[in-house]
Design a protein around this ligand. Sequence first.
Ligand code: DAH
Length: 367
Amino acid sequence: MTTKTPPPDAFADALAAARADAEGRLSAAEDVAAVDALSHEVLGRNGSLTALLRSVGELPVEDRPAAGQAANAARVAIETAVAQRLQDLSSGELDARLAAEAVDMTAPGSSRRAGHLHPLWTVERDLREIFHGFGFEIFEGPEIETEALNFELLNIPADHPARDLWDTLYLAEAGSIEAGAPRPADDGSILRTHTSPVQIRAMRSLGAPIRVLMPGRCFRYEAVDASHGFEFFQVEGLVVDRDTSMADLKWMLEEFARAMYGEGTATRFRPGYYPFTEPSVAFDIGCLVCGGTGCPACKHSGWMTILGAGMVHPTVLRNGGFDPAEYQGYAFGMGLDRLTLLRHGIGDLRYLLGADLRFLEQFSDGR
Ligand code: DAH
């Protein structure tokens, strides 16, 4: 750019005008980019003020010092104004961003609803833990079982009166329902009526010594009421080894009752009958509601039956692949639903599987 050198007064005027123009436009600049552009236009290599500075050399010698000083002063003033405007703008932009993206650290959080274990599962976990302490491992069998495993192999023949105890839900033979003539499946598939068939499965697949806990869902064709469900849960135990005895069984169950219900829990054994154990017993604990003095919950006996047990019947041992001359075993089975009702003083089994959170949330147990 060639600038015709103005006379000294005119030079001062041009400086003043350039400065005023720059300052006016600076204060109107709305963002950092606009300030940068303006600064380039005025102070850059080809900027308007730069041109004026260069033209000082063309002034008469005696005017040069004053003009040079004035021009430099104008440059410094504009540079300072640019820097100031940049700072104002960028801090304003930061403030605006801070305001727009503000997070209120003091606002209360939105609470998340945490679930908890179902009371049946809490009790089952406790059982697993207690028997884990006795060296038991978990062994599970299928809910769809065969009649042979559920009955015959447990020493309950087809015409045995004990079969009446297990009102069975049969699977229908494929196509028989559609054909209008439903009949039980030819392969003997049923819904297991207890967890005892898992004893046979465990004996057949594990070698001695066996110490297993067998929890699971069972089914019976029952009219549903406060103490009967068509679907319920059992936990079965089995020990097979050389030299096991009724004394071992008694010790273990008494220890179990104390672990589950407290040190001072009273216990007793009564004679019982199950086809798959001989001898068989029923195991009672002192009533948890009245402490043994008698109340409606224990039918005024002071006792509550919590499980059935006994020495594994020799026939059952043989069916499991063991020689009863060499091995003995004991077994026990309990109703998980009943244990859960007892623990929480719940009066009706139907609540447990009702999935009503208003009910279930009362039994979080912190787990
Ligand atoms: N299976 C029996 C029932 O459903 C419970 C039972 C009793 C299991 C005695 C056992 C046992 O293992 O020894 O009523």
